[in-house]
Design a protein. Structure first.
Ligand SMILES: Cc1cc2nc3c(=O)[nH]c(=O)nc-3n(C[C@H](O)[C@H](O)[C@H](O)COP(=O)(O)O)c2cc1C
Ligand code: SF4
Ligand code: SF4
Length: 252
């Protein structure tokens, strides 16, 4: 078994690592941007894949990865972990359908509520205490699921026809244009001091340093990693002001 994930602010990384290590403490977990990823996946029979919900869809980088590596999935057993701030309908189903098309077997899926990673919109902010409670609840659900999975019983969250309809009409249709590709809408303000952190950590290699300035490209997968860790709060995407930056390690 191997755990792989895309995680902008650490929520999905935590959930995948916890679930996988409760089932098999020797199993490897690694991010999707790991340069060895294809060869690691080729060797494994069972894959736990995690990603955050974006507008009730999977991030474009994840869907792109699945399609580009279509020959990898035939006969593989997939368990899908989808983290979300509030609602994802069929957050797991979005990739389950793709995997099935490429010949994979879907063992099941979990949709786990975690702190909201969007930090440039006030609407979605919760207190640190509230986020701590959310993580405690998530951990309990993961522990229960791991026990079930060890006995061969897999949660089936987000995989039903009803979940599909909820995801589609609850959000995905209305935000369709935001999820059809990578975005060029990332903004970096003049308060950038050129520390290079965003450029170093971007899973898409989408930020280049030019002298003392970070310059965004047009292949952002909206993970919010750079936005949540810039010391100057100089980066925004959906909104124009960074409020409380969201990072998993702040809540534990
Ligand atoms: C661009 C974007 C869109 C999002 N859309 C949704 C959504 O539709 N529903 C939801 O419940 N959470 C949504 N979220 C919240 C994240 O899915 C959630 O915080 C997730 O746990 C972040 O995981 P990470 O820390 O591994 O990146 C969105 C986050 C981002 C950055
Ligand atoms: S993390 Fe912020 S301050 Fe550092 S280079 Fe990137 S935008 Fe500039
Ligand atoms: S530019 Fe920022 S938000 Fe976009 S993919 Fe890179 S780290 Fe994530």
């Amino acid at each position: 078994m191997i755990g792989v994930y895309l995680s902008g602010t650490g929520n999905t990384k935590h959930c995948v690592e916890k679930l996988v290590h409760l089932i098999d403490e020797t199993a490897q977990c690694t991010p999707l941007e790991d340069s060895r990823i294809e060869s690691l996946l080729e060797k494994e029979d069972t894959i736990v894949l995690g990603y955050p919900t974006q507008f009730s869809n999977a991030p474009f980088m994840v869907r792109d990865f699945i399609n580009k590596n279509h020959s990898l999935w035939k006969g593989k057993k997939l368990f899908i972990v989808n983290t979300m701030g509030l609602f994802s309908g069929d957050g797991t189903g979005c990739t389950a359908r793709l995997f099935k098309k490429h010949g994979a077997v879907i063992l099941g899926g979990m949709q786990i509520k975690m702190p909201d990673s969007v930090c440039d919109s006030k609407l979605l902010k919760k207190s640190v205490e509230k986020n701590r409670q959310i993580i405690k609840l998530a951990d309990k659900r993961i522990e229960k699921a791991a026990e079930q999975m060890k006995q061969g019983k897999y949660p089936q969250e987000g995989l039903s026809f009803i979940a599909h309809i909820m995801g589609l009409f609850g959000q995905r249709l209305w935000f369709y244009r935001k999820t059809t590709g990578y975005t060029d809408k990332l903004k970096i303000s003049d308060s950038c001091i050129g520390c290079g952190l965003c450029s170093k950590n971007c899973p898409m290699n989408n930020i280049q340093m030019e002298g003392n300035r970070a310059i965004p490209g047009n292949r952002c997968t909206m993970c919010y990693r750079c936005i949540s860790s810039c010391p100057q709060k100089a980066i925004t995407l959906i909104g124009d002001t960074v409020h409380e930056q969201c990072r998993f390690e702040k809540y534990v």
